[in-house]
Design a protein around this ligand. Sequence first.
Ligand SMILES: NC(=O)c1ccc[n+]([C@@H]2O[C@H](COP(=O)([O-])OP(=O)(O)OC[C@H]3O[C@@H](n4cnc5c(N)ncnc54)[C@H](O)[C@@H]3O)[C@@H](O)[C@H]2O)c1
Length: 318
Amino acid sequence: MTTLVIGGAGYIGSHVVRLLQERGDKVIVVDDLSTGFASRIGDAELLELDVTRPDAAEKMAFAMRKSGADSVIHFAAHKQVGESVAEPMMYWHDNIAGLANVISAARTAEVKKVVFSSSAAVYGMPDVELVEETLDPKPINPYGATKYVGEWMLADAERAYGMRTAGLRYFNVAGAGWPELADTMVMNLVPIILDALEKGKAPIVFGDDYPTPDGTCIRDYVHVLDLAHAHLAALDYLDRDERAHRVFNVGTGKGSSVLEVIEAIARVKGIEIKPEIGPRRAGDPARLICATSRIEEEMGWKSDKTLDDIVRSAVEAR
Ligand SMILES: NC(=O)c1ccc[n+]([C@@H]2O[C@H](COP(=O)([O-])OP(=O)(O)OC[C@H]3O[C@@H](n4cnc5c(N)ncnc54)[C@H](O)[C@@H]3O)[C@@H](O)[C@H]2O)c1
């Protein structure tokens, strides 16, 4: 099997590249190294390319044909919610043009399997205990909207071009499968807390008056290595499943509050952490936990790592 991994030098993509290589698949990484690092992809071939460029579809189709690729996994995108609100056209242009080029290339090269990085951000602020894939998505920022539109694009491509596609809606990704593949950005909760501690500052909790048991927001944290395995499961699923485009939540089905994450970090590091309580941030739902039955039943994938596993791997990677 040969897979083009677009955005494979990034945090999540590089974990998938390594797992594909470990199972003996050939991997070609397409990446412009804007936020990724070539050092993350080992001896995988790198095509350095900005996938939003007008000639990117042609170049990727050439690479697919030359390598005999039979599948594509598309990670490359801008991914910061706040930035998407400030610079919406950058998100609409780049995230959509990038995916359109990937789909066009796959069509030209007759690559039939496409797996797409979607996000829990498609759901917006759902007022439910567990988020099911059947819930009507209502994204509340341009980032989430581009992911939702990306899912539509794949559904259309599947109908028109006979592709088989899957959108994976990641919940809160954290941890590291290998220290050198760790998340180097300080954007998500675990890296934000670790960064604050390393700078000798108290981590800030945005709001402790939410309707949750300890008043802080609850999220579904999934270990990046478990998430990476979900991509391999998705490729295998597309080999055997002929149904129309499907979306899958990828999470654990369990929630952890901000204070519970801070407690886990304190436990793993063997220190006491006294967070500061700040005001709420706009657009933060009180809880976001996913239902996992669809991916478990249809792909046979399940996360088996705990919050402490996630935190330990993140701490060890620094
Ligand atoms: N990290 C998370 O918590 C999270 C949660 C939900 C969804 N996602 C989605 O998962 C995907 C990967 O996220 P990540 O955390 O690994 O991000 P990342 O920034 O580490 O990886 C993205 C990779 O894509 C490359 N890239 C970006 N724009 C490109 C372009 N125009 N052309 C070619 N390469 C380009 C970057 O250089 C980088 O290597 C994104 O689509 C993101 O929206 C991430």
